[in-house]
Design a protein around this ligand. Sequence first.
Ligand code: PEP
Ligand code: MN
Length: 272
Amino acid sequence: MKMLTEMKVSDHKKIIEVGDVKIGGEDLVIMAGPCAVESREQLLAAADHVAKEGGQILRGGAFKPRTSPYSFQGLGEEGLKYLAEARDRTGLKVVTELLDSDDLELVNSYADILQIGSRNMQNYGLLKKLGKLDTPVMLKRGYAATIREWLMAAEYVISHGNDNIILCERGIRTFETATRNTLDLNAIALIKDELNIPVIIDPSHGTGQRNLVSPMAKAGISAGADGVIIEMHPNPQEALCDGQQSLTPDDFSQLVVDLNRVAQAVDKSLAI
Ligand code: PEP
Ligand code: MN
């Protein structure tokens, strides 16, 4: 029995186009880069490596949602400028978080995909504003949101006029404390079984540990995800945010090789 029939996303378009990158088709999409844009050098080094290994989309937060107000909050517009420079230099598309609707025009003028973070998933005012845009939106799952709540949040954007929606499973908070979050692979399988909407897996936030990122990325692709979003830092030891879950460039290179094999096993491919 279908559980998700009340959703308009059930007749959503299957493939979201971000320029020449298609998300939701046979080619898996690789999004990767640092948690936060920290400097021009850091971002360009990360971008060069992602492009060299066959990634399509560069991630990097310029506005960071941090638990502590005393932690690094991101470089703001300066960070967006480095992302644009990296895009010009590598041809990668850019996904970056929109944290505050006050910055919507600014972030939208730089981003190819607007990332809505876990903490903003049910910010309905923001979701309605995103509905007025054409820019693709990647809606990350709220860490305490059910699948239905997550899909209803997507419906807010779609019903207000923007059907360029990509979902991102990034783990939920459960009674388990051994890992940062519990990556919900059921959500991937369920959504892909019942709806036409691309889903990306985020094993970096889903696990919180570098050594678990590759196994869970592979698991996500096996479960039907349309791509991955991976935190990778040129030097994770020095990262200002999420270093413990960031892959090194070498780890990332190996992950791409491994994902290529998993992709073939599920009749998909990597555009590498
Ligand atoms: C991120 O992708 O850097 C991030 C803050 O993710 P989330 O909103 O899933 O915590
Ligand atoms: Mn992060």
